[in-house]
Design a binder for this molecule. Structure first.
Ligand code: REX
Length: 418
């Protein structure tokens, strides 16, 4: 196993490749292996120890640089492939201080939280404390939902519960400022949803809604009688040694070393808004986990290899249905899947909270996992660009144009019948 602390060969290769594909003679900002971080092997030129196809590190670098060119202050990607780790960064973690990004920084993972909530719930199913096909009302302090909605409908976004966040953030910065320091109870958020009609008959259609996973959080707390934070800690963070992963809701503080988040106003000519500190109470069990690329990669790899959820229940989590017309995007139980341009299917989740876009996916065998982050949001171009990291990491190719996911299925209210 060849070790290097600088990955100088790769650095020059990536920068040279970028210089060749972008106009300026000196690419700025450069995208380089994360020098402070690379202490494990970087890929051998012949790729001898790497499963085929090896990640395309030049393409990964280009993705990060494109994200920054489109307005993200910084971006990072980490691919863990067996014993190997590929880590690339560009831009800044903190624009006021001028601190450069590095792949060890914590960030808000947004909806990747849903997979953590799903794991806790599936463990409760495994313990016989929750029945996936029972009415969700049976596990709530008060039966506030349509009685046809089951726990499985929540985890698969098929309940029809209206997503209150679309209205909450119709106007991006004012919507954010109105809730950034608010603390909601589960019932407050659920009431925002149930004030509206269901978007579909329970079970009849996929319709992504944060409300589903707010209900999941309340079910977890009601069934266990303990805070959700304790359940995440005991069942996931501690056993997997996810030392940089936390659920501190409603604290607004991210501890340790972290990337600041920068929200783009709807008028893109206005300056970015530093959105780092917020309660994320509007999303809590649907979106308030803080983590790192390394921890997310370990989490998804452990999940699909059976380290967290009983085999028969994991199979149900990973049984996915298409949620887009092209049948490249899928949802299981708190888990997304994407069929990539090379035909490989990867499992994981995406996340968007103010200031942070995340992609965290793994192969079906958990051998290769990738997390990509850009520290901005409300910028669909950046989100689509960052999605190109999937092809680069798992197919070993530059992002294929027709697979850049410009049409993110869940960035707007969206219902798929069937
Ligand atoms: C809320 C608005 C986005 C963000 C949202 N986030 O629902 C959940 C999530 C937790 O991560 N969902 C994504 C804001 C889609 C996922 O599953 O991948 N946008 C922003 C606006 C738009 O305010 N007016 O971009 O920061």
């Amino acid at each position: 196993m060849r070790k290097t602390t600088l990955g100088a060969t790769l650095a020059s290769a990536v920068v040279a490749a970028l210089a060749a594909t972008t106009a300026p003679a000196v690419a700025s900002p450069s995208t380089v292996p994360d020098r402070r971080e690379v202490t494990e092997p970087v890929p051998d030129p012949d790729g001898a120890e790497t499963a085929e196809p090896a990640p395309d590190t030049e393409a990964l670098g280009s993705v990060l640089q494109e994200a920054v060119a489109q307005g993200a202050p910084g971006a990072l990607v980490r691919v863990d492939d067996g014993e190997r780790s590929y880590r690339l960064v560009t831009g800044e973690a903190d624009t006021a201080a001028g601190t450069r990004m590095d792949t060890g920084r914590r960030f808000r993972v947004g909806s990747v939280t849903k997979t953590f909530s799903s794991v806790v719930l599936m463990q409760l199913v495994g313990e016989g404390r929750v029945d996936l096909d029972a009415p969700a009302n049976s596990y709530l302090p008060r039966p506030v939902l349509d009685s046809r909605i089951t726990v499985r409908h929540l985890l698969s976004h098929r309940s029809g519960l209206w997503d209150y966040t679309n209205a909450m953030f119709a106007s991006t910065v004012p919507g954010f400022e109105a809730v950034r320091n608010k603390v909601f109870r589960y019932e407050d958020l659920i009431a925002l949803s149930t004030a509206h009609a269901l978007t579909n008959t329970p079970g009849a259609a996929y319709s992504y809604s944060n409300t589903n996973f707010v209900v999941v959080g309340q079910i977890i707390e009601h069934v266990t009688g303990t805070p959700l934070a304790n359940q995440y800690q005991q069942r996931i963070f501690t056993p997997l040694k996810l030392r940089n992963t936390s659920y501190v809701h409603p604290s607004t503080v991210i501890g340790g070393s972290f990337a600041r988040g920068y929200l783009r106003p709807d008028d893109a000519s206005e300056p970015l808004v530093d959105s780092t500190e917020q309660t994320v109470s509007w999303a809590q069990s649907a979106g308030a986990v803080v983590s790192t690329a390394e921890d997310l990669n370990r989490f998804f790899s452990a999940l699909v290899t059976g380290g967290l959820v009983r085999a028969d229940l994991l199979e149900q989590m990973m049984t996915v249905i298409p949620v887009d017309a092209a049948q490249t995007q899928f949802y299981g139980l708190g888990l997304r899947a994407r069929k990539l341009s090379c035909g490989v299917t990867v499992y994981g989740h995406t996340g968007t909270v103010q200031g942070y876009y995340t992609y965290a996916f793994t192969t079906a065998d958990g051998e290769r996992s990738m997390t990509a982050l850009a520290n901005t949001s409300n910028n669909p171009e950046v989100n689509a660009t960052l999605g190109g990291s999937l092809d680069a990491a798992f197919c070993g190719t530059p992002p294929q144009a027709s697979w850049t996911y410009a049409d993110q299925e869940d960035n707007a209210a969206h219902t798929v019948r069937g």
